[in-house]
Structure formats: C-alpha cells, structure tokens
Write a protein that binds this ligand. Structure first.
Ligand SMILES: Cc1cc2nc3c(=O)[nH]c(=O)nc-3n(C[C@H](O)[C@H](O)[C@H](O)COP(=O)(O)OP(=O)(O)OC[C@H]3O[C@@H](n4cnc5c(N)ncnc54)[C@H](O)[C@@H]3O)c2cc1C
Length: 427
C-alpha cells in the first residue's frame, strides 16, 4: 500500500517536473530566437533536464524492484581487501532485477550462525554505488576487546570472514537508512570515513563519479597506517580521473617506510583543524562515519568552526553516536536531556515483574534492561534492524537517534529509546 502511494506521488511529481521542463524548453527556444541566448546556457539546461530524467529512472528502479521482508542473496564473490576487511558481492538468488538505493544506505542480514540459539541480525553498509547486478558490503572482522582478550570475537563479522564463501545463500532485507547523499543536489560535499566507516562514504563518492556529477567533493579517509588503508588504488584512480574529487588520506601513526605524498597526505587524525588548512572555506555539506571518538571530535570541531547543524550528517556503526554538548533543537535531540532532568522515573518491566528507577547515565532502555537482568532481544543496537522492538503498556519514549524504521505506535526500539516519564514495558 505504502509503495503504491509512494509510486502515485512519484508519478504526479514526475508529470509536474516534465511539464516544467517543457515550459523551460519552450521558453528557452523563444528567448533564443529573440535574444540569441548563449550555447553554454542551452547546454546547461539540457544537462539539468538529463539529470532530472536520470533521477526519475533511479527513483522508479528503487521503488519498482524493492521487496519487503527477507530476500535470498547468493555470495557471488568474496574479496579480501586487506586490513582485516573482506568484501562480499551479493546477487539476488531469484535473478530478478535489483532495486537501486541511495548511497550511504545499508543492508540488514539475518544469519543462522552455528552454535547460536537464535538468528543473529546485523546491518552492513553498501560499500559500492548502485549497480544493476550486485550489491557489495565490506566487513571488518571484529576482534575481542583489547582489555578482554578471552572473550569471543565478533559473532557476525567473523562468521562472514571464516565461514561464508562464494555460493552461500543469505537472508537480506532491502536497503534502508537515513544516512545518504542526495545526488540530485549540487552543493559541495566533504565525505569522511574513519576505518571501516569508509563504506558508506565510498558508496557516495562512487555514485558522484558514476553519474558524471561535477559536484565538488573532498574525500577524507582516516586510518592508523598503511596496513589499514584499503581500496587505495580505486580511490587514487577516482581522484586522478575526476578533477572534482579531492582525496585526503590521513595516517594517525604512519609506518616507518610510508612516504608522505605517495602513501598518504597528512600525518594526523581527520579533524576540523585539518579542514581549516586544506578546505577553501567551511561552506560544505559534511557526511561522516567512523569510530566514536572521531565522530564526537568531528561534530564538535565542525560546530565550533561555524558549520550549521543542518549541514552535518553522520552515522555510527554501533550504539555510540555523537554526544552533543549543547541541547539541540530537535525533539529527538532533546530526548536525553529531557529524560535526565526528571528525578527517579519509574520503569516497570511487566513480564519480568521488576520495577526500577531509571538511570539516565546507563544509556538506552535496552542497556537499562540488561543492567537489570531483563532479557530483550537485540541485533544492531543502532535502531535499524528492529530486533529489540518492545511493546509499551503505558507511557512514552523519546529517541536518542532517528531509528532506521519507525516502530508502530505502542512499541519502541529499546536500543535507541529513553523514557519520557513513567513507563510500563512488556518485557
Ligand atoms: C547502519 C550500520 C552499518 C554498518 N556497516 C558496517 C560495515 O559496512 N562494515 C562493517 O564491518 N561493520 C558495519 N557495521 C557494524 C556491524 O553491524 C556489526 O556491529 C559489527 O560487524 C560487529 O558485529 P559482530 O557480530 O561481529 O560483533 P558482536 O558479536 O556484536 O561483538 C562486538 C564486540 O563485543 C565483544 N563481545 C562479545 N561478547 C561480549 C561480552 N560478553 N562482553 C564484552 N564484550 C563482548 C566482541 O568480542 C566484539 O569485540 C554497521 C553497523 C550499523 C548499525
């Protein structure tokens, strides 16, 4: 039903845009006759029309070929990229067409991992631009925490690396997520990937190049050293072949034999201090994804440099996201502050028979439930996979960050929600 409505809305918009284009063309023709308008302006107009048509096709492909629930995909290729990262090229098992997606979006996987009592859900960003015949994800094998080497390593990432191979079949949800680049826009952009946070911004830069956009793009990639530096040749080629793409490789701790100017450009972390030196101004849209310390320092640094919050876009690969210092101006952003100012909010976990005073320091309702030995299933811990959906018997919640898929009224995604006031949960 939603798809039908979206499609109808899209058809109306398309018709309106076609009409505007026609008027523009007629207008231009008339003006040309009387004033002899310059060829360059006509070309500009033609390229805008071509862009609009391309965008229509793209939107149509996104909607027409999408699916609900899980679809079977086969691993067509498994490619080690170095730095503990492996790329997986996925083809639909039904061999039907693949929907396009907005660069920056992710796939959600439902995995049957041997020895696990339940299916495991995890999200992985699409690391290439939309292609007609495959999706690509690039996954880093997560080791145990440094201070707890005896703990098992990351479940899903190591399953992909060690046990999944070409020909294996996976259950995959359609591309989703709100962190993406609007490629119909022409505003200059700064794309920033830290470590494995490279994946969504790689999809963005590839898309800019694929559609022949001349949009100015500064691409920053921060890693520790050459061992973590993946997709090096590909990025260099993009920058060499496209004068609008400016590549900035940052090594925070360069290896002894790495050469500045050849292997990397800056021996420092990606941050606002570097932007101030290498960008002509702060006047860009920023998109970034990386480890939590980088996310926080980038956000704060950009705000201090005067970049408006509306131009700062980011995604975290886990529960930790940007912690804003000042109270932000959206209802969603106000949530943690509002909750923390309340004294002793009572949370009832109805099924478990527990009533506990809310502790805002703990984080989300999922963290709070775990702290109190209440069992809530979870997957991505980032509001995307929907595994932690919990019915609310009474009360309301706020969201720490915009969930990937909004739950129905009367339920919440416990991993990214906090109570607004007293709350009774069916958990
Ligand atoms: C929108 C989105 C996009 C993403 N895109 C990508 C991507 O493109 N590429 C990518 O590689 N990742 C991506 N991720 C991250 C990915 O979803 C997984 O979170 C990541 O692979 C780790 O999952 P895992 O199952 O391997 O680790 P988990 O099993 O979840 O373990 C995580 C860590 O916890 C440790 N651990 C396990 N048990 C315990 C315990 N009892 N106590 C303490 N520590 C413990 C593990 O050793 C490991 O270090 C993305 C996440 C999101 C939300």
């Amino acid at each position: 039903m939603t798809t039908l409505v979206q499609f109808a809305a899209f058809a109306v918009l398309a018709a309106m845009a076609a009409y505007i284009c026609l008027l523009l063309f007629n207008g231009v023709r008339a003006t040309q006759l009387s004033t002899g308008i310059a060829d360059s302006e006509r070309h500009l107009l033609q390229s805008r029309v071509a862009e609009i048509m391309g965008k229509w096709d793209f939107e149509r492909e996104k909607n027409e070929f999408s699916w609900s629930g899980f679809r079977k995909f086969e691993i067509a290729r498994k490619v080690p990229e170095g730095g503990g990262i492996c790329s997986f090229y996925l083809r639909p098992h039904d061999q039907k067409p693949l929907p396009a997606f907005d660069p920056g979006q992710y796939l959600t996987f439902r995995l049957d991992i041997p020895g696990q009592p339940k299916q495991v859900m995890r999200c992985y960003s699409l690391s290439d631009s939309p292609k007609p015949d495959y999706y690509r994800v690039s996954i880093k094998a997560v080791p145990p925490p440094r201070d707890k080497p005896d703990i098992p390593p990351g479940l899903s990432s190591n399953f992909f690396h060690d046990q999944l191979n070409e020909g294996d079949i996976l259950d995959v949800k359609a591309p989703g997520g709100h962190f993406f680049l609007d490629t119909a826009k022409h505003t200059p952009v700064v794309l920033i990937g830290g470590g494995i946070g490279l994946t969504p911004v790689m999809s963005m830069v590839n898309r800019i190049v694929d559609i022949g956009s001349t949009r100015e793009c500064h691409f920053f990639y921060g890693v520790r050293n050459s061992k973590e530096h993946v997709m090096k040749e590909h990025l260099e080629r993009l920058a060499t072949e496209n004068e609008n793409i400016h590549l900035h490789i940052c090594y925070s701790s360069p290896d002894d034999d790495a050469v500045e100017g050849r292997d990397y450009h800056h021996a420092e972390r990606v941050g606002a201090d570097l932007f101030k030196r290498v960008l002509p101004s702060s006047n860009y849209e920023y998109y970034f994804c990386g480890p939590p310390p980088m996310m926080n320092s980038l956000f704060e640094g950009l705000r201090e440099w005067g970049v408006p919050e509306k131009d700062i876009n980011y995604e975290a690969f886990g529960p930790a996201t940007v912690q804003k210092k000042k109270e932000a101006d959206t209802a969603t952003d106000k949530a943690p502050a509002a909750a923390s100012s309340e004294a002793a909010i009572e949370i009832v976990f109805d099924k478990s028979g527990k009533t506990v005073a809310w502790d805002p320091e703990i984080g989300s309702l999922l963290d709070f439930a775990e702290e109190n030995d209440v069992d809530i299933d979870f997957g991505c811990r980032a509001g995307n996979c929907g595994t932690c959906i919990t019915a609310i018997k009474s009360g309301e919640v706020d969201y720490l960050s915009e969930p990937g898929e909004k739950p129905e009224a009367g339920s919440c995604l416990a991993c990214v929600s906090v109570p607004k006031g007293p709350l009774v949960l069916d958990a």
